[in-house]
Design a protein around this ligand. Sequence first.
Ligand SMILES: [Mg+2]
Length: 232
Amino acid sequence: MPVRAVLFDLDETLLYHTRTSRQALSRVFNYQLEKQETTPERLCLLNDSIYYELFPRVLNGELTREQALTIRFRQMLKDCGQDVTTEQSEHLALAYEKAYNLERTCVPGAVNLLRHLKNRVKVGILTNNPVKSVQDEVLLEVPLEHWFVSGAVGQKKPDPEFFLYALEAVGCAPEDVVMVGDSWEKDVLGARAVGMRAVWFSPLKATSPLPEVTALQSFEPLEHALNLLLER
Ligand SMILES: [Mg+2]
């Protein structure tokens, strides 16, 4: 049976997140960084840890995404020794989002790969992000029918339920679907737990910890990536 669908993780697989976030944080905390009230490393650490702390409350509807963002930036400013109003936090959060959207870029070869894959199989996104961003859709250039976003589905990788939900929606059996992602635990092990084949997107490592899991270091050259994803 040929591969019928390929699902991609989003951050650090198709789109850069970590370096995007660092650049955006450096921009909006420029003043605090110059006054040495914080460091880029500390900002990144706080940004991620507060995000993961608040994420379940966004998922269960306790907070809106905007409220969580404002709380996050208020806490980060507090860490710099500044007690600010909700309005000031909102302002900084919006500036961050704007800077983030400006800095976010695609992983080399990703768009070309999506374009070619789309002619041959079903292609989708399976991400733990809270929402589907219009900006991300624009960056990927190729309109994709299947977007499975954690915030909308109410599940997170590596929870098998999230993978099973996606499989049902694309109408494929697990053995006919390939999952591509950079997270060993969330993408590779998560997909394998429900019987999908996984390809580990691993720009820094050529070999994977499991011999039966292929590591793909780059989406370029295209032919190599296509053959690897569609091989049985
Ligand atoms: Mg990822």
